[in-house]
Design a protein around this ligand. Sequence first.
Ligand code: PHE
Length: 467
Amino acid sequence: MKNTSKSPSARGGFGSKIGFVLAAAGSAVGLGNIWRFPYLAAKYGGGIFLLIYIIFAITFGFTLMLTEIAIGRRTGKSVIGAYKAVDKRFSFLGILAAVIPALILPYYCVIGGWVLKYMTVFVTGGGEEASKATFASASDPEAKLSFFAHFIGLLEQPTIFFIIFVLLTSVAVFFGVEKGIEKVSKLLMPVLLILIIGIAVYTLTLDGAGDGLKYYLLPDFNGFTASKFFKTIAAACGQLFYSMSIAMGIMVTYGSYMRKEDSLESSVRQIEVFDTLVAILAGLIIVPAVFVFSGGNKSAINAGPGLMFDTLPKVFADMPAGQFIGAAFFILVTLAALTSSISLMETVVAVVIEKFKLSRTVSCVIVIGITLVLGMLSVLGYSVCSDFTIFKKQMLDFFDYITNNLMMPVLALLTCILIGYVVKTKYVEEEVMLGEKRFRSKLLYSVMIKFICPACMIMILLTATKI
Ligand code: PHE
């Protein structure tokens, strides 16, 4: 078990610590923070959820993210090579870690395309249009479909926006780690932060925002039974896992490009703070805004998936300067989605480069091709082929389900076993010590990776499979 990695520079790498942190934060900050976190927080008792989430972030999230980045940096390889280098018997984990992003990337870009469409509509001044029910279905003239349902039901437009989103993603990946991903992250992440702070400050000045703020931040112990408590824990755990881009091979890949002299521990802490801050700020925008414009109707916030594409445009339509705020909001979401899909594409491209010894350009072209084909299945599933389902799920939901609920917890669980019991925590500790004098969270790390993280993973798996 020698620390045998080649210098990351042999295959390109981040030129600075801040470049690495912003790129990894770019991956972590995505649709999960902006759309999913706020409604989960509102649903699971406001302040209680926030508190549990923060505790999980600094323990569970920290451990899993540190582990993946350390594996990447120590081996200096793409996921397939990395897991093999840790322990040959666990090579299959590398394959799993390559298949997961290859399956997520296509449907993530389809959703990215939807967001891009909304951004275009708002930026070109059509926000009103997005807020109204605009389409009467042919079979039932009375049934009004929302703008969103109408849009995704078409074939042409979602396809075009999906293709544009894939191409935008590929630009950064084409240019490589330092000249592409690092540059783009250093530019986009500060813009994202400024936008989200700006919009949050604005929505909090709206009349009546205070009640929404209370609803979001104050713990609500009303009806908070033991069963709700466990559900809250499971929800916070699952959200954290997804939000930090854990078990998608991404952090291993980005870790393999990290400089040996930079501190692993403080980098992970910074990524965590960035990710959690954006999630909390997104809640500060969405919960009070929806609260004000739905007249305090709690079910409006719990609208789930429809929240961002159906409810929010209506909120922007009613808000003073809503057209402008709506445009800023959808630019923000587009940037967040873009930096996440870049990290997914890079993970897959790195595998193709290493495994098939191809150039970055050729590898990118291959990955774009596969993404377009697989992504079209998701586009078609929501339009002309909506009758076609697998296990009663549309294609997009099917890909989402098998990756998030099954493959990712399995990968994370086995990674914990690999590090906690097979190669032992020394494997990660030695890598952490390269960049600093001491490993401050060493005890926490070892307890988490051996006992608590595997238990959380089993809990997620059981909830997902509803056993
Ligand atoms: N971490 C992302 C989020 O919060 C999720 C994600 C990242 C999904 C990268 C895919 C790829 O939305």
